[in-house]
Write a protein that binds this ligand. Structure first.
Ligand SMILES: [Zn+2]
Length: 153
């Protein structure tokens, strides 16, 4: 019996224009630079393989499907994130549960292992930003894609 592997769909229901990949989205921005100005950037949709163009910054609520991207978003904004609060408020998960511990291990700790965030020394379950450029990249492309690019580099 073969196991079905879940794959991200190619299309999403963000009601934004979709691009096949980062190069296509970036090319679109470059071609319309006078329309977009310097603030536009490409980011990968959290629910699908497609890419979108943002001119106003990624909203936290649009990252709801991704814990690592949500944590990276807060770290970029404020330099720190209370993981217990993020888990509860954005994902409805209690870190004091077995599920919450698995969630943290799988979704949050890779940010620490990658060296782009670090646990605060004196506070429980609080992460501090270490590398904001890398965290911004995680917000835009997702953790898996970021890690793949780092390992592949
Ligand atoms: Zn989308």
């Amino acid at each position: 019996m073969s196991r079905k592997i879940w794959r991200r769909p190619n299309t999403c229901d963000c009601h934004k224009i979709s691009y096949a990949d980062e190069a296509a989205a970036t090319a679109h921005i470059d071609a319309r630079r006078d329309h977009y100005g310097d603030d536009a950037y490409a980011y990968r949709c959290t629910g699908a393989t497609c890419w979108h163009v943002s001119t106003s910054g990624v909203l936290l609520e649009s990252l709801r499907g991704s814990a690592a991207r949500s944590a990276a978003w807060v770290l970029c904004r404020t330099g720190r994130v209370d993981v217990t609060q993020l888990a509860r408020e954005q994902f409805g998960i209690g870190l004091d549960t077995a599920r919450g511990q698995r969630w943290c291990k799988k979704r949050i700790r890779p940010l620490v292992r990658a060296g782009i965030a670090a646990w605060a020394p004196a506070e429980y379950d609080v992460l501090l930003a270490v590398d904001r450029d890398a965290l911004l990249r995680v917000v835009r492309v997702g953790l898996d894609e970021y890690l793949a690019a780092v390992v592949g580099a």
